[in-house]
Write a new protein. Structure first.
Length: 280
């Protein structure tokens, strides 16, 4: 990383936001214009159809499958066999899931991580059903890249005349916030992994594809961090991988003519400061 980067300045911004409290993006609040209209129902689904709820059960009764309601990706699905014979439940693609359930017993399997409809059948092929998998809502921490505080920081650093407008996108694991600026689109995204190790591995993989080098010393904030010469910054914290992309912006931005790379790093540390405050 360029040693001329102002770590103290970046941390000052992060501390100010931590003291004032960091908000969250629209998708984690409530449906608004320009947001994913299914986000609210997804959040509700995550509460109502979570692991262990009756809605996450496939019932076998009278030689038929009773399909569960739509489930959140990764939910634990329970199969309850109310008949007197054992049944094997297998996805039609033969790879997404398969479980055997004894007569009068139960068994579980994780719902696929990819959203979509998954037809399934019994071992004999006499029974058929469909498991519908939907995306859960993004975490509050992930949506902080589109929070009011993040927008205000972008406005302040670049001396914009107004709070920048944003465009949000959520695909079930990756939340992106695009800032359409005059000089080009500035994008911050967060990918939520199952665990910390997967997030760190994803950060390293992403860094490799972006030709981003490890950030050394205090500037890495004690986290796996990477930076490219053209304006990409990647950090992994807990189960989240943060990618700040300023490559579409001019080489120098704002009235102070800071490099696009420095701007990306400042914004990355701002988000990390918000996450630190969020987990207190």
């Amino acid at each position: 990383m360029n040693k001329n980067f102002s770590l103290a300045g970046a941390l000052t911004v992060a501390v100010v936001l931590a003291l004032s409290g960091c908000g969250m993006g629209d998708l984690a609040r409530s449906p608004t214009a320009g947001s994913d209209p299914s986000a609210s129902s997804m959040a509700s689904g995550m509460d109502m159809h979570g692991a262990g709820s009756m809605e996450s059960m496939i019932h076998i009764q009278d030689g038929k499958f009773i399909d569960p309601k739509p489930l959140v990706a990764g939910t634990t699905v329970t199969v309850m066999n109310m008949d007197a014979t054992a049944v094997t439940v297998t996805s039609d693609d033969s790879t997404s899931f398969m479980v055997s359930v004894s007569a009068g017993g139960t068994a579980t399997f994780p719902a696929p991580k990819e959203t979509g409809s998954y037809p399934f059948h019994s071992g004999t092929g006499s029974m058929h059903g469909v498991l519908t998998v939907q995306a859960g809502a993004p975490s509050a921490a992930a949506t902080m890249v589109c929070a009011d505080e993040a927008k205000q920081t972008v406005q302040k650093i670049l001396s914009l005349p107004a709070i920048p407008k944003t465009m949000e996108k959520w695909d079930g694991s990756k939340y992106s916030c695009s800032y359409p600026l005059d000089g080009g689109d500035f994008v911050m995204s967060v990918t939520e992994s199952v665990n910390d190790a997967d997030a760190a591995a994803l950060a390293a993989q992403l860094a490799g594809s972006l030709k981003a080098s490890p950030i050394a010393g205090l500037a890495n904030l004690g986290l796996p961090g990477y930076q490219s010469t053209d304006g990409n910054v990647v950090f992994a914290k807990d189960n989240m991988t943060l990618h700040v992309d300023a490559t579409a912006l001019p080489a120098k931005v704002g009235p102070d003519k800071v490099t696009a790379g420095k701007f990306a790093y400042e914004m990355a540390t701002t988000i990390l400061g918000c996450w630190t405050a969020h987990h207190r």
